[in-house]
Design a protein around this ligand. Structure first.
Ligand SMILES: [Zn+2]
Length: 345
């Protein structure tokens, strides 16, 4: 197969930041994707409907002329989030999910939830109205090894919460382990998972062997090869519980290449080319549309995009930029470590 036409894809987990960075990276997503679930971890975070409406306006204002890209807004769950504000924002069509960050789990997550009991009124309201909770599924306890944090989160946080509130619709984001894949695969309802582009391609050796590769450092951190293979199997299976969330997360090069470098991989520009490569390697190109364009809308109860994207395999490698220039500085694009032959149009 050298050409594949699919419904236009969506990104169900994206960081757009704000200001000059937003203006720099947004065209990289809006070129290929019709919609994206936009993460609320700004400084300060997007906590109320009012915050989300203002942020949405800033995103729309930053779009390239003529773009019909739709940002799907989210709220950052805190221990003081007002259930009525959340419900009204969902009824208005303004927000499509609420994000649970365990406090301290990743970039700008200090305002996250420490005591889940304090968030229960909001979660109960969300369960009642069918509003999904997106969760960064890692514990933050200092005594839990960074490579075990997803598995421990499932056992000690996520599963107890889902038993307590089975009607809550959950998206376990950026799944990185076979534990996560198994947990989602065993769920009968109200649980789905997003998988990033880079976790389908790199394992922890790519990050750490032969010299540390700061541009492969992200959270959750890349795991062992057996986990990467489990992710690939799930993503390319067509199983409707798994869909694309790139977690494309720009940081400028100076913030990546320093004594305490930021976590995040920026993959918006070449995600579809990378995915076509992965799905072709797995002989599952026929399931790329399900992963990138169909399963996400189905879980979020949104229509599939009307438009299409055609992926074409070229005879020679397609040149992608090494960095994206933004008003805040250069952002290095994810390098899959192999030539990309697919182009999207
Ligand atoms: Zn993220």
């Amino acid at each position: 197969m050298t050409s594949l036409t699919i419904r236009r894809p969506d990104d169900w987990h994206l960081h757009l930041r704000d200001g000059d960075m937003l203006r720099g990276v947004l065209p990289e997503t809006s070129r290929d994707f019709a919609r994206a679930i936009v993460m609320p971890n700004l400084v300060p975070p997007v906590v109320t409907a009012k915050d989300a409406a203002a942020y949405k306006d800033r995103i729309l204002a930053a779009l390239p002329a003529g773009s019909d890209f739709q940002p799907l807004m989210t709220l950052y769950l805190t221990e003081t989030t007002d259930p009525a504000d959340v419900a009204a924002a969902y009824a208005d069509g303004l927000i499509h999910a609420v994000k649970l960050y365990p406090a301290g789990a990743t970039t700008n997550s200090a305002s996250g939830v420490k005591d889940i009991n304090k968030a229960m009124p909001v979660l109960e309201k969300m369960a009642e109205i069918g509003l999904p909770m997106c969760v960064h599924g890692e514990v933050t306890d200092a005594d839990v090894d960074i490579f075990d944090r997803e598995a421990v989160f499932i056992d000690t946080k996520l599963d107890p919460l889902r038993r307590r509130l089975p009607e809550l619709r959950v998206v376990m984001e950026h799944v990185t382990t076979s534990d996560g894949i198994d947990y989602i695969s065993e769920a009968e309802e109200n649980l789905a998972g997003t998988i990033t582009t880079h976790h389908l391609i790199i394992n922890r050796n790519h990050l750490l062997v032969g010299g540390i590769k700061p541009h492969y450092y992200c959270l959750p951190v890349a795991k062992r090869e057996e986990h990467r293979l489990a992710l690939r199997s799930a993503a390319t299976s067509g199983d409707e519980r798994f869909f694309l969330g790139t977690d494309s997360a720009p940081h400028t090069d100076p913030n990546k290449l320093c004594d305490c470098g930021c976590a995040g991989v920026f993959s918006a520009t070449n995600t579809m080319a990378c995915l076509a490569h992965v799905f072709e390697e797995e002989n599952r190109l026929d399931n790329l549309e399900a992963f990138a364009s169909l399963n996400g809308p189905a879980y979020y109860k949104l229509p599939v995009n009307e438009g299409t994207m055609t992926l074409t395999k070229q005879d020679s490698p397609v040149a992608y930029p090494k960095t994206i220039e933004t008003g805040e500085g250069p952002v290095t694009l994810f390098d899959p470590g192999f030539p990309l032959y697919w182009s999207a149009s």
